[in-house]
Design a protein around this ligand. Structure first.
Ligand code: RFL
Ligand code: PHB
Length: 389
């Protein structure tokens, strides 16, 4: 088989790239290790920056998102019984959109099927060959045996545990990592959200987040020790802990119910450099991970796709290689700033096991400064809605 761009991974990064390329007449095949239903069952991100929203529209898949997505003009940062309202629209002129990763992934798969673009599911043993030559190819197994795709370029969109990053030799690649000593226990519940904006809450008992998907679907998280297992957390225990971490007035309004999903995600900051090796380009979680505190994971994937897509279009349509040559530097420059923001939000809002009295006072001073300083609120708003591409 031959294609122009082989895309490894059918998550949001790979699907968005495939759809954008298709509209420019550039042929791509997506190779996905799991089934479509499995990918759609993974509940993850919920907040889209305007850059992501615009890319979805450019890819021709913005219709349902625009109809069903919720526009959020701000967010709440809470501590003790104090609430700081961060007004995105006042400070940046730009809101964010609440639209679940499951929904946008479904839209992208539907669009791929409608245009007849090729996706191969259940692939095993994907290997990348000759990425540093002019004739790269990918091999993999399906139930029909070993397959080979020859291509011009390979997009490594296969997430943190994929093969693409590992293909770049250790002598070329450097990893930067920080593991946090806690995770987030998240639940989805068919209950109305406690507030019409997200609430990021710092409390003595640890961090909590109130988020949502729509008017009758709430997403809540509490910080938990790394050792905790989901089975230890009954619904009642979760609601009780969440309430204790929210401002009293919010806790009183919380509507609880049965949870329809419950999972624990460890928190990590990670960047690999460079994210281009010859004709292989890493995008999204294959290249970098942020702790979810700034809602940046999916959004940094989108900015990678923006740079790679534009680089590929310039290469194919204008015979201009600068965008591809500069891909790693341009994408990483934005990624490091999103890493900094996610790390600083994580540090400001969580309880760390080794924190002493001084550290706690520092967190408190930072929150008080944020609450009283318009410039600090503007900085937070600018980072949250997304830095320009
Ligand atoms: P994905 O989504 O991991 O998709 C990669 C795909 O590649 C497939 N794959 C392979 N395919 C073929 N061969 C192989 N060898 C393969 N290895 C893997 C996988 O099956 C998968 O389908 O990466 P992608 O596309 O880069 O997308 C990244 C986002 O999923 C991720 O950054 C976000 O979900 C992170 N994230 C959030 N991001 C935000 O922007 N806003 C948020 O509010 C937000 N909340 C979250 C999050 C992530 C979370 N978890 C669980 C990690 C909340 C949570 C709880
Ligand atoms: C979510 O709705 O899942 C969500 C929202 C904001 C975050 C992280 C996760 O910072």
């Amino acid at each position: 088989m031959r294609t122009q761009v082989a895309i490894i991974g059918g998550g949001p990064s790979g699907l968005l790239l495939g759809q954008l390329l298709h509209l420019k007449g550039i042929d791509a095949i997506v190779l996905e290790r799991k089934t479509r239903d499995y990918v759609l069952g993974r509940i993850r991100a919920g907040i889209l920056e305007v850059g992501f929203v615009n890319l979805m529209r450019e890819a021709g898949v913005g219709k349902r998102m625009d109809a069903e997505g919720l526009i959020h003009d701000g967010t709440v940062i809470a501590y003790d019984n104090t609430q700081i309202n961060i007004d995105f629209t006042k400070h940046t002129g730009t809101p964010v959109m609440v639209y679940g990763q499951t929904e946008l992934t479904r839209d992208l798969y539907d669009a791929r099927e409608t245009v007849g673009a090729k996706t191969v599911f259940n692939v095993e043993g994907v290997e990348i060959h000759g990425a540093d030559t002019d004739a790269p190819y990918v091999t993999y197994h399906t139930k029909d045996g070993e397959q080979r795709i020859d291509c011009d370029y390979i997009a490594g969109c296969d997430g943190f545990h994929g093969v693409s990053r590992q293909t770049i030799p250790d002598s070329v690649r450097r990893d930067y990592e920080k593991i946090y000593p806690f995770g987030w226990l998240g639940v989805m519940s068919q209950t109305p959200p406690v507030h019409d904006e997200l609430i990021y809450s710092s409390s003595e008992r640890g961090f909590a987040l109130c988020s949502m998907r729509h008017a009758n679907l709430s997403r809540y998280y509490v910080q938990v020790p790394l050792e905790d297992k989901v089975e230890q957390w009954s619904d009642a225990a979760f609601w009780d802990e969440l309430k204790r971490r929210l401002p009293e007035s919010t806790a009183e309004q919380l509507i609880t119910g049965d949870t329809i999903e419950k999972s624990i995600a460890p928190l990590r900051s990670f960047v690999t450099e460079p994210i281009r090796w010859g004709r292989l380009f890493l995008c999204g979680d294959a290249a970098h991970i942020v702790p979810p505190t700034g809602a940046k994971g999916l959004n940094t994937a989108a900015s990678d796709i923006h740079y790679l897509y534009n680089g590929l279009v310039a290469a194919y349509h204008d015979n201009e290689d600068e965008g591809l040559a500069e891909y790693s530097g341009r994408a990483l420059s934005r990624i490091w700033k999103a890493e900094r923001f996610s790390w600083s939000m994580t540090n400001m809002l969580h309880r760390f096991p080794d924190q002493n009295g001084f550290d706690l006072r520092m967190q408190q001073a930072e929150l008080e400064f944020l609450g009283s300083n318009d410039a600090a609120q503007k900085v937070l708003a600018e980072n949250y809605v997304g830095l320009p591409y």
